[in-house]
Unconditional design. Sequence first.
Length: 413
Amino acid sequence: MTTVSQTRSFARNLAAYCLSEVAAKASRLIVVVAVARTMNVAAIGVAAGAIAAADILKALTENGVGQRIIAARDEDLDATCVRAHQIFWAWCLGLFALQIAAGALVWSLTGDALLFALIAILAGEYLFMPAGLVNCALAMRDGKMRQTAAIAGGQVVGANVATAVLALIAPGPMALVLPRLLAAPIWLIAMRRLQPWIRPAAVAAAPLRPFVRYGWAVLGVELVKVLRLQADKVVIGLLMGPEALGLYFMAFNAGLGLSNSFAQAFSVALFPHLCTATDRARELRRALVMTCAVIGPAVVLQALAAPIYVPILFGAGWDGLSEVVSILCLAAIPGVIWSAAAQWLRADNRPQREFAVTAAITVALILNTALLAPYGLTAVAIGYLILATVGQLLGALPVLRAAFQSPQVAKVA
């Protein structure tokens, strides 16, 4: 594939995932509007706590196994898929049991049966995932990124529309949780139709050791990444109560939620692109410049427009969140830059460095929330923006220096 066609392919894949994220977040705004007008912040806080706890555990599904399939040599692909299939089933069933146990522990400690029910319902997603994960990785390897983007977006949009309807018909914490389980079969059926795969009977599984060596760092990265996105909500809930958590949850979704989705879309599209690039440094430069040129202005515009759209979307009583939303929006720009560096490290088989940087940033952001929570949500948001910007730019600097100085694939010190 020529350089021009590689760049065009990346641009199309990125556009597909960005559109998927836009559709998902646009439907999420429908949820935010419906919830803000039908539910009190305490009920939102209960659901937000269950979702945050489940999302922290769900990060464990990102264990690098799918990326091993994408990057595998052709002669090793069948064996890699067989081993990956085994890992996916064992892993997801283990996570299902772990989440049920965690919910039971929460119930025993708090006496809150509703919170246990919410956590248990969210655990049901793990029962649908393993039967389609090999198919998903193979589809991405084969360049079907636009189709996988459409499937992922369709699942989220379906769940969000159902949430909005339930919030209007039967407002309560269950309305925010149940649709996530009901939408899981959408993804499974669509992915298996997109990329059929039957386990070959005569092929031995690939060795487990390379999966473990690569996967532990990827797993650590994804876990601390979701901790970075969710732990601040847990801390706010503990220190400031469910009402403040409900306010912050709404501000986070209206602000950093959409902007952060662009960074996630960029990461998903970039990794396969770097794995197949003939000149990885050049493709990283082009991808980063292209993405920042599009996402940067969009993020700034969203931040400036927050005082206008927050009162319109949420209604009376929520206009005080505008400042928090504006601040959180801006954190997406350094997030995109760090995402580029992180995918370079993964494509270069060095996710351990990504893990170290991500862990340091996460610890700093959790401490920021704990220290600034007494001063209000605006102070927490300002500290989040400053620390996220400094930490992610410093973490990306070695990769960016190598990529922008070398015409060939450079070795990061």
